[in-house]
Write a protein that binds this ligand. Sequence first.
Ligand SMILES: [Ca+2]
Length: 324
Amino acid sequence: MKFIYKPLIITLVLISQSLNAKPSFEVYLANLKLEAVGQGYTNEFIEEVFTNVSYREKTVVADKNQPETKLTLDRYLATRVPDWKVKKAVDLMEKHQVILNRVEQQFGVQKRFIVALWGNESNFGKITGTHSVINSLVTLAYEGRREALFKKQLFAALTILKQGHVKKEDFLGSWAGAMGQSQFMPTSFLDYAIDFDNDGRKDIWNNTADVFASIANFLKSEGWSEDITWGRQVSVPDNFDFNVAGLQSSKKRLLAHWQKLGVRRYDGQDLPQVGLKASLINPDGKNGRLYLVYDNFHTLMKWNRSSYFGISVSYLSDRIKKGS
Ligand SMILES: [Ca+2]
């Protein structure tokens, strides 16, 4: 039986390809398994990992119905950073201060940003997702709109399991495959996750030391500087020319330049007199909130390309600093 298994599957794949039709999920899955074995994983490992994998219609529906950014930034911030979340962030920073101080010192990332990302991604570890990572990634790869991306994530996920950081039954995440308290995609896990408590496993699901260090390591690796903050809300004069706004590196200017153009802190005071470059952004157009953001904000954009996300993390970090 085993002898005819692979040729049979290959024949099925070839038939479906020759008909130029999308293969069935079963054929697609069999093909993925062959590819994984071809990459050096054993049959036993692959058969065990793919046990009970099935096509999840709900995952595809969730992927297709992702909300577009229709909320205004004001509304988004009110939803993402309510007062209870600020209070919880302040309390948890106090509770975990010993480990956070160590992580801050070792990685050079201010702890308020680590806690703000933790709060934004998983409500401080409370909501980490209950979907099988393997099942979600196989389903999304099969669905096909971003097959290459999800296949890459799937093979990274196999590596994570192979390395033994998490048990198969605990290998859970969002419907899109974002995992654990930091909601890392599998490739981010392989690039940035840290075993901070030295127990041999990078456990971003259950170990807060590993979670904090992994978040900090992502930021540090992507260019974070502890010497600066993220930026600030600003105001501009009437008839300001917004063609200078944008996150493109060609639009970064020294603070002195922005000061000359009439940009001020939101309370009307002059901008800081330091030799830093900043980008002016206006996510909701010229009538919405305006910000001058430093390179650390560009690093947050590497975590998530949404400027709304970056601003909500930054805003929460400022509220944490303020203490309320
Ligand atoms: Ca660990």
